[in-house]
Write a protein that binds this ligand. Structure first.
Ligand code: FAD
Length: 459
């Protein structure tokens, strides 16, 4: 009835999963109120801190997220770390439903000797650094070597290769941070290898990103034709996207030197190495930093997506001063009160309903694992929102009891000295960043220090 109190839902995390979950709830329920809690002062998760600076069109989704945040029945509370500043139990007390959409904030590790040597970085930290993620702003990656090795064959690996090899003039017009631009200007890196354990039919990157790399000005692709022997026949029966992707690699590998005249003179190179599994990061003689990686050669057992890489016993050393491991992000447990499958790195759930915890939901990378693009995340967030709506309507969630929502959480936070950042506060930070970028012809100059953000809004 119109007298029943408004259902209150809180969403933890303001990346695509959080915003798409909120959007779907608001659109399909006339009364529901949604509060979004975010750890950082600034919203949008990996759209701001993951998506490459030279892919501005991908970031257009933030316009839709902004509309959601400004809607009458939605509130954004930044600068609040759930699990530290407020517990999940406290949130469940204050809301009819809690949706966990906090993404994947760690990375998988190689688990090999030498992994912690200077000169070795996770893709997550490197991406965070050039995108202005506060925790990585002081990374200062050492770019004084000529050869970099990226471990991994996904789109994140290609993003990093592209950033390392792009002509500076292309990056200058993006929202890449000033300090990483300065570091890239002094970079000596001119050769980037991307190595994967399996073969060309198992790469995880997509054709758009591969094509961008092939067409990168001043850069020559180096693919070994022998890696593609026999594949022209094998691709005939595989699904179209992978067929086209493989054909593009084959075409590039078989290009005659003449056709590459322009590229042959290119000062920079990149290439794909297949069936190589990292065994050890090798130290320099003084043990002070990485000088290369010993790779185990592999053979493939099985075929297609499920093929397994088995070491043949042969090894190869690859000289490189910079090693970037791009083998995947990883979600962390948020709070002991929330079930977590550490094997799979996700919150166990069915259709977004957290197992054994009625009223608790999850969406995005923490629900599915850290793969898939924004659209994939959107669809799975809509599914989760649908589950919440069904439970609101079906009486699984008791909406006859009124819940205080932020009224209750706000007092807990202020008793702990935590001050939230509102969406209009973010809009001030946003305007300041855009203004700073303008002088340099950039869409924005990101503020990388949270303290500076808070000062700017008078906190
Ligand atoms: P996230 O985007 O990570 O959002 C999670 C949010 O939760 C973050 O804002 C985080 O700060 C917050 N949070 C974490 N812990 C807490 C806490 N304790 N309390 C409160 N808040 C918390 N997709 C594309 O479609 N195109 C691309 O070009 C593209 N490029 C990518 C490049 C990289 C390097 C990466 C890693 C991914 C890329 N993706 C791209 C994929 C896309 O970013 C993801 O599909 C999507 O961001 C996942 O959304 P999410 O909301 O689950 O996680």
């Amino acid at each position: 009835s119109s007298r029943s109190p408004a259902p209150r839902v809180c969403v933890v995390g303001s990346g695509p999963a959080g915003f798409y979950t909120a959007q779907h709830l608001l659109k399909h329920h006339d009364l529901v109120q949604v509060d979004i809690y975010e750890k950082l002062p600034v919203p949008f998760g990996l759209v701001r801190f993951g998506v490459a600076p030279d892919h501005p069109e991908v970031k257009n989704v933030t316009k839709t997220f902004g509309q959601t945040a400004r809607s009458e029945r939605c509130k954004y509370y930044g600068n609040i770390t759930v699990g530290r500043d407020v517990t999940v139990a406290e949130l469940r007390q204050a809301y009819h439903a809690v949706v966990l959409s906090y993404g994947a904030e760690d990375n998988r590790t190689l688990g090999i000797p030498g992994e912690n040597l200077p000169g070795v970085y996770s893709a997550r930290a490197f991406v965070g650094w050039y995108n202005g993620l506060p925790e990585n702003r002081d990374l200062k990656p050492d770019l004084s070597c000529e050869t970099a090795l990226i471990l991994g064959h996904g789109n994140v690996a290609l993003d990093i290769a592209r950033i390392l090899l792009s002509p500076l003039d292309l990056l200058r017009k993006t929202d890449i941070t000033e300090c990483s631009l300065a570091a890239l200007a002094c970079s000596k890196v001119k050769r980037v290898w991307l190595a994967g354990r399996r073969g060309p039919l198992q790469v995880a990157f997509t054709i758009k990103e591969l094509r961008e790399m092939i067409n990168l000005p001043g850069t020559q692709p180096v693919l070994n034709p022998a890696d593609f022997t026999g594949l022209e026949n094998a691709v005939k029966d595989i699904p179209r996207p992978r067929k086209r992707l493989t054909e593009l690699m084959i075409k590039t590998a078989l290009q005659k030197p003449g056709e590459m005249a322009a590229q042959a003179a290119a000062p920079r190179q990149w290439g794909l190495k297949f069936q190589r599994s990292p065994q050890e990061v090798l130290p320099t003689a003084d043990g002070m930093r990485a000088r290369g990686v010993r790779m185990a050669l592999t053979r493939l057992e099985g075929s297609g997506e499920s093929a397994k890489a088995i070491p043949t016993g042969d090894v190869e050393e690859l000289e490189c001063g910079l090693v970037l491991s791009s083998i995947g992000y990883r979600s962390l447990p948020l709070d002991p009160a929330v079930p977590f499958d550490s094997q799979r790195g996700i919150i166990p759930n069915s259709m977004g309903r957290v197992e054994g915890a009625p009223g608790l939901y999850c969406s995005g990378w923490v629900k599915r694992g850290p793969t898939g693009v924004i659209i994939t995340t959107m669809n799975d967030s809509f599914d989760t929102a649908q589950s919440v709506l069904e439970d609101l309507r079906g009486g699984v969630l008791d909406v006859s009891v009124s819940k205080e929502g932020f009224g209750a959480v706000g007092s807990i936070l202020s008793s702990r000295g935590v001050r939230p950042v509102s969406f209009s506060d973010w809009e001030k930070i946003d305007a300041a960043e855009v203004a700073r970028g303008k002088a340099a012809g950039k869409p924005r100059e990101k503020i990388v220090d949270p303290q500076e953000m808070l000062q700017l809004i008078g906190h």
